[in-house]
Design a protein around this ligand. Structure first.
Ligand code: SF4
Length: 265
């Protein structure tokens, strides 16, 4: 970490203002570059590689990735302070997996907290516990992806088994330091069945303090980006789940867990 933590540098690929998703109120989402998973359905494939890339967007080359200090990111985030105050909003870290840049991630969250903003992070908790432990004091809401309970199926569709992530979910819950919300991307052929969603819901309900679960239906909005990166999109044949399917899965999850289960996040 830099001598003054605000000078810590990291790599992002976007900052999105005025979001009403991914945390309470109106939020600014900071997208960090780099991820250890390779989910077949990923809608941000430009997030996966840490290296700066060129992606064709509507036929024109666009540089993806920018090195920036915490101070510079917070200057942008603070522009919407009035909206945060009125709505209970703040800053959310997304990606990629923010934990791949631990110093930057910690410094961003600390900087936001010290400025009186609420903080949230979207993450699948695929990191050593020591990394997660460092950021918890600065994190109000941990939006944690639990994609499947079966390690082999998890590995087949994301490239990694899930034992570490499940263990970290237990440790985050046991710490009681942050609000933990479990999020499930609902992906046909991967986990879009009642028994698979029920299994995740049971796991979520076993975590002390967890009250909410979000089911996020698969969509194809990232498909063009694969083409822009010269990559094949393996999910071409997959049809997004319809409303009735999502309602049925949500009802099943509520039934077995007693959690507040919502569709979307
Ligand atoms: S964890 Fe998220 S960012 Fe990483 S590959 Fe999977 S969907 Fe993409």
């Amino acid at each position: 970490m830099a001598e003054n933590y605000l000078d810590t540098r990291g790599r992002i690929f976007d900052i999105q203002r005025y979001s009403i998703h991914d945390g309470s109120g109106i939020r600014t989402i900071v997208f960090l570059k780099g991820c250890v998973l390779r989910c077949k359905w990923c809608c941000n494939p430009e997030s996966q590689e840490y290296k700066i890339q060129t992606m064709l967007v509507q036929g024109k080359p666009k540089t993806i990735g920018q090195d920036i200090t915490v101070r510079e990111v917070l200057e942008t985030v603070e522009r919407d302070r009035t909206y945060y105050r009125r709505s209970g909003g703040g800053m959310t870290l997304s990606g990629g997996e923010s934990l791949c840049q631990p110093d930057f991630c910690e410094a961003l969250l600390r900087g936001a907290k010290e400025r009186g903003l609420t903080t949230a992070m979207e993450s699948m908790a695929c990191a050593e516990w020591g990394v997660i432990e460092r950021i918890l004091p600065y994190l109000d809401t941990y939006l944690m992806d639990i994609k499947h309970t079966d390690p082999a199926k998890h590995e087949k569709f994301t490239g990694r088994r899930n034992e570490l992530m499940l263990e970290n979910a237990r440790k985050v819950a046991a710490s009681g330091q942050t609000e933990l919300v479990i999020r499930v991307p609902v992906i046909p052929t991967f986990n879009c069945t009642v028994p698979e969603i029920e299994s995740i819901a049971r796991f979520a309900a076993s975590l002390p303090g967890v009250k909410k679960m979000h089911l996020l239906p698969y969509h194809r909005l990232g498909q063009d980006k694969y083409e822009g990166l010269g990559r094949d999109y393996e999910m071409k044949e997959i049809v997004p789940p319809d409303n009735a399917t999502m309602e049925n899965l949500a009802a099943a999850a509520r039934r077995v867990s007693g959690l507040d289960v919502q569709i979307g996040g």
